[in-house]
Design a binder for this molecule. Structure first.
Ligand SMILES: [Fe+2]
Length: 136
C-alpha cells in the first residue's frame, strides 16, 4: 500500500501521521509475523491514537469545525477497538499471524472509511480557515 497525493488533507503534520499508519499496514503484510512484531504494532498504534487524534481534534476545535463531535466518536471507536483487541491477544486466544490479518483488515477499513472519507470532510474547511488553523 502506498501513499497517494489524493490522500492529503492539506495539513502536513496530519498527512505525515496518516503516512505512518500506512507504514504500519505494510508491516502487517509481511510474510513473517512474530509475537515481537505484534507487540511493537500495539505500541505504535497506541502512540498513533494518542498523538494523531490529539493533533487532529485540537486543530478541528481551534478552527470551529462543525462535525467535531461526530468525528471524535469515530476516534473513540478506534481506541475501543484497540483496547479490546489488545486484551484478547493478551490472554493468548489468537496466534500472531491471525491477529495480524484481522488488525490489517481493520486498519485498511479505517483508512478507507475514516481517513479517505471522514477526514476528507474537513479538508475544505481547513483550506478556508488556514490562518486560524496554522497561524499562517
Ligand atoms: Fe480523524
Amino acid at each position: 500500500m502506498q501513499w497517494k497525493p489524493e490522500y492529503s488533507v492539506g495539513i502536513e503534520e496530519i498527512d505525515r501521521q496518516h503516512q505512518g499508519l500506512i507504514e504500519l499496514i505494510n508491516l502487517l503484510s509481511r510474510d513473517e509475523i512474530s509475537t515481537g512484531l505484534m507487540a511493537r504494532m500495539f505500541d505504535e498504534l497506541e502512540a498513533y491514537t494518542k498523538e494523531h487524534f490529539t493533533t487532529e481534534e485540537r486543530l478541528l476545535k481551534t478552527a470551529g469545525f462543525d462535525d467535531l463531535k461526530a468525528h471524535r466518536k469515530e476516534h473513540k471507536a478506534f481506541e475501543q477497538w484497540l483496547s479490546a483487541v489488545r486484551q484478547t491477544y493478551g490472554v493468548g486466544v489468537t496466534s500472531p499471524a491471525l491477529l495480524a490479518q484481522s488488525v490489517n483488515a481493520f486498519l485498511r477499513d479505517w483508512l478507507v472509511n475514516h481517513i479517505l472519507s471522514s477526514d476528507m470532510a474537513y479538508k475544505d474547511h481547513v483550506a478556508a480557515n488556514r490562518s486560524t488553523y496554522l497561524g499562517e
